[in-house]
Design a protein around this ligand. Structure first.
Ligand code: MG
Length: 244
């Protein structure tokens, strides 16, 4: 009994370096959340792009209310503030174009994955990470605009904490047949005007410290989900254009 209990009791005290290693990604030469994975180069000069919703877009949030979302996150000065649990679009989508703007509150203490974390989940399961990555350092597949746990962005286009940032996302849903996934999902992400994911393959639903893989079955459409990660990340101007 004692030999079993001691490792269980000590586990929360282990440093990152002492934790059991995560598995190696089959699609890269690195492990999941590998702290030795090189970080993408920083690019400067990008800016938050504020594009008004086109006439054919489904507006999820324009500052006026949360009717299009499942959870009533509070609205402060026209911004939606993550609070309490994830929120989802009431409408469901497959392939789509997504625009949204987000901000890590100025002055908030951020370290690694804690303090500045949220995420945009396409089809409720594929996360484009929201994170403070202007000065905060975390593992490369967990920084802003990473496909969380899978693929870091091509470049780091992050702006300072307290400034609005934009994501424009073009998502291609996976194709499923009788025997499961036939063509994987793909995603392009433009962060503050800079292409940081270029038709990147998605290897499965987002998971923590494990290898992503596709489920045996998949809905034809699913909500867009915004993550509550215990951090009050702000959002504004959220709209989706279905591409199917
Ligand atoms: Mg996240």
């Amino acid at each position: 009994m004692r030999s079993i209990l001691i490792p269980i009791l000590l586990a929360p005290l282990l440093t990152a370096a002492e934790k059991p290693q995560t598995p190696k990604q089959p699609w890269s030469e690195y492990r999941v959340h590998d702290v030795s994975r090189p970080h993408p180069e920083k690019v400067t000069g990008g800016a938050c792009v504020t594009t008004p919703a086109p006439s054919d877009a489904v507006v999820l949030f324009d500052g006026s209310g949360t009717d299009a979302l499942t959870v009533d996150w509070p609205i402060q000065d026209g911004s939606l503030v993550a609070n309490g649990k994830d929120t989802r679009s009431k409408e469901e989508f497959a392939s789509c174009q997504v625009h949204l703007e987000w901000r890590i509150p100025a002055g908030r203490k951020v370290k690694d994955q804690v303090g500045g974390n949220s995420g945009v989940f396409l089809m409720d399961r594929y996360e484009v990470q929201v994170q403070e990555s202007h000065t905060n350092v975390t593992y490369a597949d967990g920084q802003a605009a990473a496909l969380y746990g899978q693929t870091p962005p091509l470049l780091n286009a992050s702006l300072p904490q307290g400034e609005w940032q934009s994501y424009d996302i073009i998502f291609t849903a996976p194709v499923y047949g009788d025997k499961g996934m036939e063509e994987p999902a793909r995603v392009t992400v433009i962060h503050n005007g800079v292409v940081v994911q270029d038709n990147t393959e998605i290897y499965g639903g987002t998971v923590f410290r494990r290898i992503a893989k596709y489920s045996a079955k998949h809905p034809e459409k699913a909500p867009l989900r915004l993550q509550w990660h215990k951090d009050p990340i702000e959002y504004r101007n959220i709209w989706v254009r279905p591409l199917d």
